[in-house]
Write a protein that binds this ligand. Structure first.
Ligand code: ZN
Length: 319
């Protein structure tokens, strides 16, 4: 799993409103076409004031939750990494549509965590309780680590956002031996006064569980945690990302959590509980499913994933 501990998910995410066109089209199409149908129904490149996430009943996605043909069958060896980390933003980019906006990208876990188990096992306060500083994350059956995946997508996403003029900060860039701890990950976004924060992950669920989901902060007010002010904007951010992720990747919402919505609300994640700025997690797919793993290990697919996340963030920031 990408994080330890129980996953009570006590409050199933509500299904956000969807238009009759979406429902009708989704009901008629197999999963392979669902993403496009959802895009046609709710998406537009310029963004719409009518904020909706991916629609579609769970029955429409069952058995074929993810569209697209993997580049290679099975648990393929990861291909070329993302471009090298970019340098300081091009001054000319400051004129882009996201100029003046601050986005913090949180690449989940750290490739070094496995060598620092004592450090990452120490407990930190997440408001509702104490929890491990960080976890090692999951991997594909062939050993492609979630921490490598998250950093690669983060680099691609940073490039896309900087091209649009945004100021981008990463919580870690492979530049520290382990961590940061989940409480520090939250504090980095807070200190940056980020307009949006996204934490990148891939899940480690059972084979056959497929698709992506976006995790939204629950309303938590306990100890150092007070998410009440960010629940609303974080949901809008998450719905935007979910919708654009469907369109960019062709992936369907997860078939094992979220009741087909691609959205899950949780109160047990320190990175969300301690955030004071709009923030979501995205689990881009299930590393333990061979078909999802074939996507996650594809550089071309990771670029699509970064594109989808970027478009969701940009749509949210444009309002
Ligand atoms: Zn994770």
């Amino acid at each position: 799993m990408s994080y330890t501990g129980p996953d009570p998910d006590p409050s199933p995410p509500r299904r956000f409103p969807r238009g009759p066109l979406t429902v009708a089209v989704a009901a008629l199409l197999p999963g392979a076409l669902l993403g496009w149908a959802v895009y046609q129904a709710v998406g537009s490149p310029g963004g719409s004031a009518d904020v909706r996430g991916p629609a579609g009943p769970a029955s429409a996605t069952a058995g074929n939750p993810t569209a697209g043909t993997p580049a290679a069958a099975g648990d393929a060896k990861p291909d070329a990494p993302s471009p090298a980390p970019s340098g300081p933003a091009d001054p000319s980019a400051a004129a882009g549509p996201l100029a003046g906006r601050v986005v913090v990208i949180d690449p989940g876990h750290n490739p070094g965590n496995a060598r620092h188990t004592a450090e990452i096992d120490r407990k930190v306060d997440i408001g509702t309780r104490r929890k491990e500083c960080d976890t090692t994350g999951t991997s594909t059956n062939a050993g492609y680590a979630e921490a490598r995946f998250t950093l690669d997508v983060a680099h691609r996403l940073r490039h896309l956002l900087e091209e649009q003029g945004a100021t981008v900060e990463l919580t870690q860039d492979g530049d520290r031996p382990y961590g940061p701890c989940i409480d520090e990950r939250a504090r980095i976004g807070n200190a940056a006064h980020a307009d949006a924060v996204v934490s990148i992950h891939a899940d480690g669920s059972a084979s056959g569980n497929r698709g992506f989901h976006v995790i939204l902060p629950a309303a938590v007010h306990a100890g150092a945690a007070d998410t009440r002010a960010i629940v609303g904007p974080s949901r809008v951010l998450g719905e935007r990302i979910a919708g654009s992720f469907v369109r960019a990747t062709g992936s369907a919402p997860a078939n094992y959590v979220g009741d087909g919505t691609g959205l899950v609300t949780r109160e047990d994640l320190g990175g969300l509980n301690l955030s004071t700025v709009p923030k979501v997690f995205i689990e881009c797919g299930n590393m333990r499913d061979s078909k999802d793993a074939a996507l996650l290990t594809s550089g071309a697919w990771r670029q699509k994933a970064a594109q989808g996340i970027s478009e969701g963030i940009a749509g949210y920031l444009r309002g």
